[in-house]
Design a protein around this ligand. Structure first.
Ligand SMILES: *Cc1c(COP(=O)(O)O)cnc(C)c1O
Length: 421
């Protein structure tokens, strides 16, 4: 048993808006890249999303742009460039290595590391002016006190992560005074305090409770000029913590909804965010098969009539989950907006797709759409796969080339296998 369905799949379903206005640009991209499939990152979407985030937070609130995981798969440096251009003054990443990567590429703004600091990372952190997060003082205790300084001689700055209910990282609120005392004794500067919400967009009251706990735990330290931030993508959509010193969104920057449930997605999409990441492809081959043909590895799909079956050159090695086989996934035909189901198994390097008719020469399709479609978008795929929306672009590999556009023009190309994060 494979667990996959072999029932005949409805040939096509029509979906929402198409990307027809982008077609001349995409034709140009195919000509420049000389490949049949590529990733398109629309940096105009990033700029738009930053404006939306500004509109969701109070005027005095700054944005700390979370760009971990290669800006959620859209590409660290190109996304950071847009953020800085849009006036974002601080960044956050998960690991020290990501912070070092940004420093090596000339990014000089404050960078907070969201992961737990371990003692062996302290020298890289201080040498490169990074701001580590602490949940306990143990991370610094074994380090010689005189080394807790930046190259300019100033004391190490840290962010304190407070656990208000997520039960992942973070000091317990009742242990916060002791941690602050330890850090004062170490003469480390406490720059900020923050917490992270556990619950989904539709679970506002639960996150409200965390916010209340955070505000009361951090209140005694406000007078020290310690900045406070709480709202990641979910909080920004819920309007929780959007009037503190910073909002701290990641997914929303590239238009990704923090959850994949329908109601939360609707609330997110209503804010008019725009996904930046899509995958564009032209068929590499197609043929008309008669009824009774078994398609792909293990013949898990059987044609029920004459069917146009097309190959697209992208598969699970690129990041297209094998669990999208047999109609769980589909590609969008841009000219008509039709969804064309993936039939048979997703292979390592290619997929087989049932088209409603013979495609036109050079027809363009989207394997991953830049919207909130139920099947072809990141959020739709995540919902159907039982995964996280962020995983979908985040898991794409470096084998497909990447095309970056800004103001409707191609501004950057990473060739296949040349892209690092
Ligand atoms: C990843 C992360 C964020 C960003 O979350 P999004 O849901 O992507 O906006 C913010 N804060 C912390 C601590 C994180 O780990």
């Amino acid at each position: 048993m494979t667990g996959e369905t072999t029932t005949s799949l409805s040939p096509t379903a029509r979906t929402g808006p198409t990307k027809a206005s982008l077609l001349p640009l995409l034709d140009d991209a195919f000509a420049q890249l000389k490949v049949p499939s590529f990733i398109h990152v629309n940096l105009d979407a990033v700029a738009l999303n930053v404006d939306i985030l500004k509109g969701l937070s109070s005027p005095k609130t700054e944005i700390m742009g979370v760009v971990k995981g290669g800006a959620y798969g859209s590409g660290l440096l190109p996304v950071v460039e847009v953020l800085l251009e849009k006036g974002v003054r601080e960044l956050a990443v998960a690991t020290v290595a990501e912070g070092l990567y940004l420093r090596r590429h000339g990014i000089n703004v404050p960078i907070t590391i969201l992961g737990n600091l371990v003692p062996c990372e302290v020298s890289d952190v201080t040498q490169h002016n990074l701001i580590p997060s602490l949940s306990w003082s143990q991370a610094l205790m074994s380090v010689p006190r005189e080394s807790l300084v930046y190259p300019d001689g100033s004391r190490l700055k840290v962010a304190i992560n407070i656990d208000t209910g997520m039960s992942r990282y973070g000091v317990q609120p009742e242990d916060l005074p002791a941690l602050v005392q330890d850090l004062d004794d170490l003469e480390v500067t406490i720059l900020s305090m923050y917490t992270h919400f556990q619950s989904a967009i539709t679970e506002r009251e639960k996150n409200q409770k965390q916010l209340d706990l955070f505000l009361s735990a951090s209140e005694p330290y406000k007078c020290r000029g310690i900045t406070r931030h709480v709202a990641a993508t979910t909080g920004c959509v819920q309007g929780l913590g959007t009037d503190l010193d910073f909002i701290r969104p990641g997914g929303a920057i590239t238009g990704l909804c923090s959850g994949s449930d329908k109601e939360g997605t609707n609330q997110f999409a209503k804010k008019r965010f725009q996904p930046a990441f899509s995958v564009i492809a032209r068929p590499t081959f197609y043929k008309l098969l008669g009824a009774g043909r078994h398609v792909g590895y293990d013949g898990t799909y059987t044609t029920s009539e004459d069917e146009w079956i097309a190959n697209f050159s992208t598969g699970w090695s690129d990041g297209l989950s094998r669990r999208l086989s047999n109609g769980v996934g589909a590609v969008r035909r841009i000219s008509t907006g039709e969804r064309c189901p993936i039939v048979g198994r997703v292979s390592m390097d290619s997929i087989t797709v049932r088209l409603p008719e013979q495609p036109l020469p050079d027809e363009v399709f989207q394997v991953l759409t830049d919207d909130y479609d139920e099947v072809t978008s990141a959020v739709g795929m995540a919902r159907n796969l039982g995964g996280a929306t962020y995983e979908i672009p985040g898991n794409w590999s470096t084998r497909l080339p990447r095309l970056y556009t800004r103001n409707g023009k191609i501004v950057k190309i990473y060739l296949s296998l040349q892209y690092t994060c």
